[in-house]
Design a binder for this molecule. Structure first.
Ligand code: GLN
Length: 306
């Protein structure tokens, strides 16, 4: 499809999302996210030739939540290389993002870095013996460099809100620690984890930040191509938790969702994409965001499978 048709297509997708009565349900277990109006939608596309296209509420910042796990993974792989895989697996979990049951059966080695247990281990690895403030500074710096935008910040109220109701993540962290797979205190790791989940971005910023996974231009100065392939493979197989198979089937390229309603997606060597709509489906993935990516892939022919 010619890039000239993208602006009209994105406007159609924006219109489709708004015509839908069914926005899904916003995440209510984090009180600050429960007050977000579900009837919002934005989409941004950055093509490898440097052109950008946007439609909808592209100036509205949202909580990137689990999309941040991609950036902590990139930092952890940069620091530990394949050694990271001694502490966390690379397999789809087939379970909810905050599931506890698998962790005991598998001796405290989380299935992958995108379920909560895996991201908590990755955060612990990136922390090492550093102070949370320094690690959060490092994550923000990575994001700001990737997006070429210094105006990316953490929403402290969202982080505090999740901390106050974070019993389930504390349960995961304590279990990981009892297995010897968490080196820092649960409080220190989760304080850091909740704060990186509470980073706020617009779709325009997130699509730009995702260029490092896209091949070509901005990408190569951040991480090497082998790491790009590993991260994209994990986003394809594990990026949507127990909805990952359906996402691959419907959309056909790698993506990572967050309970704030954002999805960051990559069509290797073609484009990076961010879509946001806060209402979620039953797996905790953006309902209209997924529908939008499905339409985008159908109408552009973008897919890693053909
Ligand atoms: N901060 C959220 C949590 O730990 C992230 C989950 C998500 O976005 N799927 O529950």
């Amino acid at each position: 499809m010619s890039a000239d048709l993208l602006p009209a297509l994105l406007e159609q997708i924006n219109g489709d999302a708004r015509r839908h009565a069914d926005w899904g349900r916003v995440a209510s277990y984090i009180p600050e996210l429960a007050c977000v109006d579900p009837a919002q939608f934005a989409i941004s596309v950055c093509c490898v030739d440097g052109r950008e296209y946007h439609a909808g509420d592209v100036g509205v910042g949202f909580s990137i939540q689990s999309v941040s796990k991609v950036f902590t993974l990139a930092l952890a792989l940069g620091r530990f290389g394949d050694g990271l895989w001694e502490r966390v697996g690379k397999e789809p979990s087939g379970r909810a993002f905050n599931s506890i049951v698998q962790l005991e059966v598998e001796d405290g080695i989380p299935r992958n870095p995108f379920i909560n247990a895996g991201a908590i281990v990755t955060t612990d690895a990136v922390l090492g013996s550093n102070a949370p403030r320094d690690t959060l500074g490092e994550i923000l710096l990575f994001l700001r460099e990737a997006a070429e935008d210094g105006d990316i910040h953490i929403n402290d109220s969202v982080a505090r809100s999740e901390y106050a109701t974070g019993d389930r993540n504390f349960a995961l962290a304590h279990f990981l620690r009892s297995c010897g797979n968490l080196h820092n205190s649960c409080d220190k790791v989760l304080g850091t984890y909740f704060h990186h989940c509470a980073i706020e971005m617009t779709t325009a910023q997130l699509a730009r930040a995702a260029r490092f996974l896209c091949g070509g231009f901005a990408g190569q100065r951040m991480i090497g191509i082998e790491r790009v392939r590993s991260i994209n493979a994990l986003m394809m197989t594990c990026g949507h938790y127990d909805g990952s198979g359906a996402f691959a089937y419907r959309v056909g390229f790698p993506g990572k969702s967050g309970v704030g309603g954002g999805i960051m997606a990559v069509v290797p060597n073609v484009a990076s994409i961010a879509v946001w709509s806060p209402g979620l489906d039953r797996y905790g993935n953006s309902q209209q965001g997924t529908a939008a990516l499905e339409r985008l892939s159908r109408d552009t022919g973008w897919s890693v499978f053909s």
